[in-house]
Structure formats: structure tokens, C-alpha cells
Ligand binder design. Structure first.
Ligand code: ZN
Length: 282
């Protein structure tokens, strides 16, 4: 099942069009996509048969889709989770995943335009995990049961702010407005032939920049949930940016950063594409 945010309303995406969840459920579930993912256990138990009986479909354009999880209470982000990226960034493999946040005001949807702040703005394509069931001190075996779905994310980063001062400012440098594109929709784990091994890539204005597989993560999705939930209670509607493969602009020779008029296209197998456009900031 694919869940999206169509103009602020929760919809299920089918080949024939979108199904409005509030209408299909006669108001049992409201229109707010955030409320829907926070009621994930109830929704997923209801959705199967009930949705197949509902006939009304809405035609839509992908540009109208907003962030599938628009107001997460917690946004976790993981750094240095692919060995080749950790090496290019100059760090040895770590015994603990590097964890920071992207403040929720940075979260936007697919097909957005981001005004560039001053500095060196860089790309990081990432698999984003959406939590559907509360969890604390999870074990590996049951970790996937707490996942509502997967989507594509870009952990856009301004490297000067990120590295300002004596210790890195990961969270601040990655939270400018529009720096957290996610989408185009949330895909439930049962849709993937192998949810632990998905091709992941991004290109900037047509030039391939990153290409890897999610099976190359040093800490896979279950392990991330174990490590994060050892400290924080994971809540329905939380999202986790799971780290980026090698090929970021900061470590290219010569360096390459995002300019006005660049188009960033991020892809993950079994999910689709996420397109982010840029303009000069003021
Ligand atoms: Zn990242």
C-alpha cells in the first residue's frame, strides 16, 4: 500500500488514482496525513478489505503531493552509515551510529523548490523509515513490525554551518527551510521483495552523484531501531533518515555544491523518485 499527502489530505495511491481516506472510511479516519500515521495500527487493520470496496478515485499530478508525514514529533537522522561515505568523510567505522535531528520545520514533500541559503549546499539521498507503532527497547526480531513504511528523503546540508565552531553543528546545518524533502509517498514494508536491499541513487541536473544499495548500511533498519529505542521511545509518525552513501558534493574532487536552477532527483527501488528544485535565496 502507498499512502500519500494530496493537498493536505491522506490518500491511498492506486494505479487508477488516489483514494481519499476520510471519504473511504466515512470519517473514521480524518483527513490529516499526520493523524493517519499516528493511528497506524488501527488504519492498517481496517485498510485491506475496506479500501478494495471503495470505488471513487481522484486523478492527481505528482507535483501536488506534500510530505507523507508532515509533522513528525521526532526526526532522527543517522550519519556515516555507509562505509564508503564514512571513509570519504574521513571517519573510521564507529561503534555507535552517529545520531542527530533535522528540525521538523525543515520537512517538505516531493517536487518542492528550495531557496538556497548562503554557503555550500550539498545533497544526501537517504532511505527514510516511518514509525507506525510505539516502541521502546526494541529487539531486532520485532523491529520491522514497528515500521509503517519507507519513503525517500534528502538530507540537504549546508556544510559551512554544519562545521561551524569547535564541534560539528549537524542538526542546525541540515535544518534550513526545505532541507528535508520526503516522499513522494510512504510504501508499506510488505510491498518490497527485499526491504533490506534497495537500490538508492541521486543525480544533480542529470549527472549521477550517488548510487548504492541499502544493504550496504553499517547499521541496517532493525539495528537502527534497536539502538535508537534503547534511549528514546519511538512514536507513531516519527521518521528516521537512515544515512547516505558516498558521492556527496563536499568530498568530490573538485567539490560540487548545489546552485540555483539545479534539479536534484533522488530514487529508491520500489518507492519511486523525489525531485527537488533550487532557486537563489534572498
Ligand atoms: Zn545524512
Amino acid at each position: 500500500m502507498r499512502i500519500a499527502n494530496l493537498g493536505g489530505r491522506a490518500v491511498v495511491i492506486t494505479e487508477a488514482g488516489a483514494i481519499d481516506v476520510e471519504r473511504a472510511s466515512d470519517g473514521r479516519f480524518g483527513p490529516d496525513p499526520q493523524d493517519l500515521v499516528e493511528a497506524w495500527a488501527e488504519f492498517s487493520a481496517w485498510a485491506g478489505d475496506a479500501l478494495s470496496e471503495f470505488q471513487e478515485r481522484i486523478a492527481f499530478e505528482a507535483e501536488l503531493l506534500s510530505a507523507p508525514v508532515p509533522r513528525p514529533r521526532q526526526v532522527f537522522a543517522i550519519g556515516l552509515n555507509y562505509a564508503e561515505h564514512a571513509a570519504e568523510a574521513g571517519y573510521p567505522p564507529d561503534s555507535m551510529p552517529v545520531t542527530f535531528t533535522k528540525f521538523p520545520s525543515s520537512i517538505v514533500g516531493a517536487d518542492t523548490v528550495v531557496a538556497l541559503p548562503e554557503g555550500n549546499v550539498d545533497w544526501e539521498v537517504e532511505l527514510v523509515v516511518v514509525i507506525g507503532r510505539e516502541g521502546y527497547k526494541l529487539d531486532r526480531e520485532s523491529a520491522w513490525d514497528h515500521v509503517a513504511g519507507l519513503t525517500i528523503g534528502q538530507d540537504i546540508s549546508e556544510r559551512i554551518t554544519q562545521m561551524q565552531g569547535s564541534a560539528p553543528q549537524f542538526s542546525l546545518g541540515k535544518s534550513f527551510p526545505g532541507f528535508g524533502p520526503t516522499g513522494p509517498w510512504l510504501v508499506t514494508p510488505d510491498e518490497f521483495a527485499n526491504k533490506d536491499d534497495l537500490a538508492i541513487a541521486c543525480s544533480l541536473s542529470g549527472e549521477g552523484m550517488q548510487s548504492s544499495r541499502t544493504s550496504m548500511m553499517l547499521y541496517d533498519v532493525p539495528e537502527l531501531l534497536v539502538r535508537l529505542s534503547a534511549v528514546c521511545r519511538l512514536l507513531p509518525g516519527d521518521i528516521i533518515f537512515s544515512g547516505t552513501p558516498s558521492g556527496i558534493g563536499n568530498r568530490r574532487i573538485p567539490q560540487r555544491f548545489i546552485g540555483p536552477d539545479d534539479v536534484l532527483v533522488s530514487e529508491i527501488e520500489g518507492i519511486g523518485t523525489l525531485t527537488t528544485r533550487f532557486t537563489a535565496g534572498d
